[in-house]
Ligand binder design. Structure first.
Ligand code: HEM
Length: 421
């Protein structure tokens, strides 16, 4: 495991010769084939990713932004409805999970699962992933267990299947049905609407790959952003000085007409403190602690002065990287957004290191644009409407780390802030 930023930047660079290690196979979800992330063959991975990526780029970014805005408004409505119903103390962590699952399902196939509106974990997906994610992460690190766990016969017997009546299997079927409908009938999507599946079909992604990659995007897009958002909210609630500075920046921005309703992506760039909170939140609550190992090229490599033989799996340790005192200073363990203020070289370098949490180069996260849109907007949209307070300060939540994280009982007291508009 390494947390040396320069080595990680070098591994991600185009000509490093590093490839995905076999750990990635543990991310396989469907016994019938690989998703883009579990595909370890570099040429196949690159070719496949090239067809998926345009859905997240160019003119599509504006469409992604519209959907993010719609779901942020839905989240605000849902929180407001709970307050009106006398439930001002709520599990904000679960509300954010519902929001994210609805956003991602709407982005993928144009149909949200309706978790937020029904206040229900449809398909039992979230409950199931609390069990499934730790299991996948644990097996992923044990080569023998991984080989068994990811073999098609094992997955067919014990893994999620589209014939299941709940959990991951059922959502795989929902996605599979949609793909089949679109390919067979060449309809299914209302005229004038937009979604990622539609973009992929236009880019020549075959039906089975559409299915496997849609199934991947639900956990890839929900386990991650949700962690950052929940974590940053907790950090803000526990740091009154930062909380009120952020509120003040939002208040001033609204009063000066620099923040529309909802805030635009363009406007978020002008909010220096908000940007600093997002970076600092992503740093301390990095959604992925470790994983995504790369294989040392056959000639071997020298890492931090030590020769590492070819074929060794090298794991980025994001958790330690984000708390590295050489990069972030002696208070690296503290939540201090101020470290990201200004335009110094240090700030630019720290930002570059935080960005490593998305991977880089050919390995970069496909959903980075969506995640950035969300992270830059959500705190403005929440704090312009509400105030948040930890409901159980002695134990604000329960959190378990498995490479990614499981969080429960994030009880928060939420009150309306009607002073901003
Ligand atoms: C703060 C939020 C997020 C973080 C920190 C994050 C981080 C990562 C990381 C570290 C990887 C693997 C990089 C590697 O292989 O070295 C990855 C891959 C991926 N992410 Fe994200 N992610 C986030 C949000 C999202 C979202 C919102 C989506 C979907 C909308 C998404 C979709 C994907 C996909 C599809 C891949 C596989 C890319 C490939 O195989 O090349 N991620 N992400």
């Amino acid at each position: 495991m390494i947390f040396d930023p320069e080595t990680l930047i070098r591994i991600n660079s185009a000509r490093s010769g590093y490839e995905k290690a076999l750990w990635y196979e543990s991310a396989r979800m469907d016994y019938r084939g690989n998703s883009v992330i579990s595909e370890v063959n570099t040429a196949k991975h690159d070719k496949r990713k090239a067809k998926l990526a345009p859905a997240f780029a160019g003119k599509n970014v504006a469409l992604l932004e519209t959907k993010v805005d719609e779901w942020l408004a839905a989240l605000v409505r849902a929180i407001r409805a709970k307050i009106a119903a006398g439930e001002s103390t709520m599990d904000i962590g679960v509300m954010i999970q519902y929001f994210q699952v609805d956003l991602i399902s709407e982005l993928l196939i144009g149909k949200p699962w309706g978790d937020l509106e029904d206040e229900k974990d449809h398909f039992g997906y979230l409950k199931m992933s609390e069990f499934q994610v730790p299991a996948i992460q644990a097996f992923g690190f044990l080569p023998a267990a991984r080989i068994i766990y990811t073999s098609p016969w094992f997955m067919k017997l014990f893994g999620p299947k589209p014939t299941d009546t709940g959990g991951l299997g059922l959502f795989m079927r929902v996605l599979q049905d949609e793909v089949e409908k679109r390919f067979k009938e060449k309809i299914g999507k209302p005229e004038g609407s937009w979604d990622i599946l539609d973009e992929w079909i236009k880019n020549g992604v075959p039906p089975n790959e559409c299915q496997f990659d849609l199934s991947l995007l639900v956990p890839a897009g929900s386990e991650t952003s949700v962690m950052m958002i929940r974590g940053t909210l907790l950090l803000l609630m526990s740091s009154p000085v930062a909380y009120w500075k952020l509120k003040q920046e939002i208040r001033d921005g609204i009063a000066a007409g620099r923040i529309s309703n909802p805030i635009t992506s363009e406007e978020t760039r002008g909010l220096e403190y908000t940007q600093a909170v997002v970076r600092e939140g992503l740093r301390l609550m990095t959604p992925i602690g470790f994983g995504f190992s790369k294989l040392v090229p056959s000639s071997g490599d020298t890492i931090c002065g030590k020769f590492i033989p070819g074929g060794t799996s090298v794991y980025p340790n994001y958790h330690s990287l984000m708390r590295c005192e050489e990069v972030f200073g002696s208070d690296a363990e503290s939540f201090r957004p101020e470290r990201f203020l200004g335009n110094s070289q240090d700030v630019a370098y720290m930002s570059k290191v935080v960005d490593l949490t998305f991977g880089g180069g050919r390995f970069v996260c496909l959903g980075k644009t969506v995640a950035n849109l969300e992270m830059n907007k959500i705190f403005v949209e929440l704090l312009r409407n509400f105030d948040f307070q930890v409901a159980t300060p002695e134990k604000p939540w329960k959190r378990w780390a498995y490479g990614t994280f499981v969080i429960q009982d994030f009880r928060t007291r939420v009150t309306e802030d009607t002073t901003m508009e």
